[in-house]
Write a protein that binds this ligand. Sequence first.
Ligand code: S3P
Length: 190
Amino acid sequence: MNQGNETTLEPMHNIVLIGFMGCGKSTIGRELNKKLGYRLLDTDHSISQETGKTIPEIFQQDGEDHFRSLETQLLENLLIEKTNHQIISTGGGMISRPENPPLLRQLGFVVWLSCTPDDIFSRTSRNSNRPLLQCDDPMAVITQLLEERAPLYEQTAHLEINTSDLDFDEISCGILESARYHFGSLPAPR
Ligand code: S3P
């Protein structure tokens, strides 16, 4: 995991969840919100609210590239607004634009929730709101994208947690303990 210190600005005090679709970012985000009391901010949800469109609509009408620009813009705005003390759950492709990883690390403690392609497939197969997996062979797309993205998740994160073998309570407790160590302190969990 990347332990390097950012030298530009003081990193913010957020917990940032990254990882592939279906790895549990939203569920773990809700669990952390309950335990820690930090507000939960979901980047897909914020982009939908701001544009008035669903993610599939943005992909269909404006294209993936436009969606990626909206993701970068959102990270920049969060830094400009000095967003602090939040759980930031990000879309699975957030690390794919090269300008995003430093912005993510600037926002706080970055946790990569990883899991196996089989788990991803079974967790995403009943859901039609992920445009990249609406194809004839979603497993092939998952395998290929995961291969491309795994090194980027790894380089961006301060911590990796494999979500395949642990329950949500164990995962969120592990994240809180590591975040407390990373920041030096955190408000007591509720
Ligand atoms: C994407 C992941 C999705 C969403 C969009 C693209 C990706 O978010 O941002 O469909 O490229 O992996 P989740 O990871 O929350 O499903």
